[in-house]
Write a protein that binds this ligand. Structure first.
Ligand SMILES: Cc1ncc(COP(=O)(O)O)c(C=O)c1O
Length: 453
């Protein structure tokens, strides 16, 4: 037995007792909770669970719906003017959102996906271009590259579940145009390192903030750091109008192209104050305009954004502190833990089997828990591995030299390993002190049981 193991055993014997004591205190304060201290046996093995029901969190934004959103919606109904106009809610939301995150421009659109389309157009991504994106990400990031006629190139993630800046460089070719930095599950990317690679190779950076609205990196809001950012206000995001999205940038040319792309190539009167009639020519484009009702809800939700973020952060911090003394503990890394939203607290279990055992056991204790979620290991998704498109002759997947790119598990072994190793507990912005204490008690109980067996 090594010294480390001996120390760990001793620690577990001591801390196991301390953990039980704190759980007793915790449960002593809660009438509804059962005592983990009186039942060190895991609930999954027939012991008494930490909680009798399941503690989890619903979509954050809707939890905070109240008369503020109601009033904003009534304003639009009463106005009988639901279409975007220059003194309406969409323009108000764009201004307030841009100001909030410290970007010069924000453009409201119908979803995070359409925001990505507009961002691709703004960056002039097209046939012959390559875009580097993380292998763990949402489908839309891959799809918009393919549909722009460009080639998606996958980079590995690191233990933050975000793109590994050290893996980006080996994928850069003379055709690389942009890098997608997606801040996933509330965790900001390591933006300094990503921007350094991008600037060195003269590449554009698109920040996908769909899973990180309100997140910050070194005091700056995500979405205002790279060349262009996108956000989503779909149901599962930090704030929500059911569906909705935004493009953000400090660059007037990128903004104007996004504006034109989202509204049949024109700039329109609603943009007169910001860019007048614009300086660029129009081009083939879409209709991704946001309506006034959606923006009304978002105007209300924006006022709740900081409350949601700070509650999540505070609760996640307490959980991290409550388990910090556990032996050999390895938590998910963050690009900036202070700016991280703290939607989950993830632990590295070493392999999938142990991770799944933890998830089953902690859920049996009444605490919602999952592996990394909300994204997909894209290269192994069958439609991506097979490069399926609506048109069988789609030329995207061949480089100009006629070489066909290969996807599948072989292009992201590290990503697959990381995604399989981590398991984490859900954090809610509405958790009480007792809820947080129960989360801590459940993790400690399961962790210590798994480290003694
Ligand atoms: C990282 C990421 N990007 C983009 C999107 C697309 O957003 P939407 O669903 O609003 O189209 C999502 C949605 O889940 C996402 O998680």
């Amino acid at each position: 037995m090594t010294n480390r193991t001996t120390n760990r055993r001793e620690f577990i014997e001591t801390v196991g007792a301390v953990g039980a004591t704190s759980a007793l205190l915790v449960n002593g304060r809660a009438s509804g909770s059962t005592s983990a201290a009186s039942s060190p046996q895991l609930a999954i093995d027939g012991g008494t669970p930490v909680r009798s029901g399941m503690l989890g969190s619903g979509p954050y934004g809707t939890m905070f719906y109240d008369e503020v959103e109601q009033q904003e919606l009534m304003d639009v109904l009463r106005s009988r003017s639901p279409f975007r106009h220059s003194r309406g809610k969409v323009v108000q939301f764009e201004r307030e959102y841009a100001t909030h995150i410290g970007a010069k421009f924000a453009l409201a659109v119908t979803s995070g996906t359409t925001a990505l389309y507009a961002a691709m157009a703004a960056l002039e991504v097209g046939p012959g271009d390559e875009v580097i994106l993380p292998a763990w990400n949402w489908y839309a990031d891959y799809d918009v590259i393919v549909l722009a006629g460009a080639l998606p190139v996958f980079a590995e993630i690191d233990d933050s579940f975000n793109i590994d800046p050290a893996d980006i460089e080996r994928h850069i070719t003379p055709r690389t145009k942009a890098i997608i930095a997606a801040h996933l599950e509330g965790c900001p990317c390591d933006m300094d390192a990503i921007m350094a690679v991008a600037r060195k190779h003269n590449l554009r950076v698109l920040e996908d903030c769909a899973q990180c609205a309100g997140g910050q990196y070194k005091g700056k809001y995500v979405g205002a750091i790279g060349d262009i950012g996108i956000n989503s206000f779909q149901l599962s995001k930090t704030i929500t109008s059911g569906e909705g999205g935004a493009v953000t940038t400090n660059d007037p040319a990128l903004y104007e192209r996004a504006v034109r792309f989202h509204d049949v190539g024109i700039t329109g009167r609603a943009f007169n104050d910001v860019i007048g009639s614009g300086v660029l020519a129009g081009f083939a484009s879409c209709n991704f305009r946001m309506n006034e009702f959606t923006a009304a809800v978002l105007c209300g939700q924006l006022r709740k954004l900081e409350t949601i973020c700070s509650s999540l952060r505070a609760n996640a911090k307490k959980v991290r502190e409550g388990i910090a003394d556990l032996p050999d503990l390895k938590l998910r890394r963050s690009g900036d833990i202070e700016g991280d939203l703290g939607m989950r607290v993830f632990l590295d279990w070493g392999n999938r089997e142990r991770r799944d055992r933890f998830l089953r056991a902690v859920r049996a204790e009444g605490i919602s828990a999952n592996g990394p979620a909300g994204s997909v290991i894209l290269p192994v998704s069958s439609r991506i591995a097979n490069k399926s498109t609506i048109h069988p002759d789609w030329p995207t997947f061949n480089t100009p030299e006629g070489k066909s790119i290969r996807y599948g598990a072989e292009c992201c072994p590290r990503t697959i390993d990381i995604i399989n190793r981590y398991g984490g507990v859900t954090i809610g912005p509405g958790y009480t002190e007792q809820d947080v204490a129960d989360v801590i008690a459940a993790i400690r109980k399961v962790y210590l049981a798994m480290h003694t067996t």
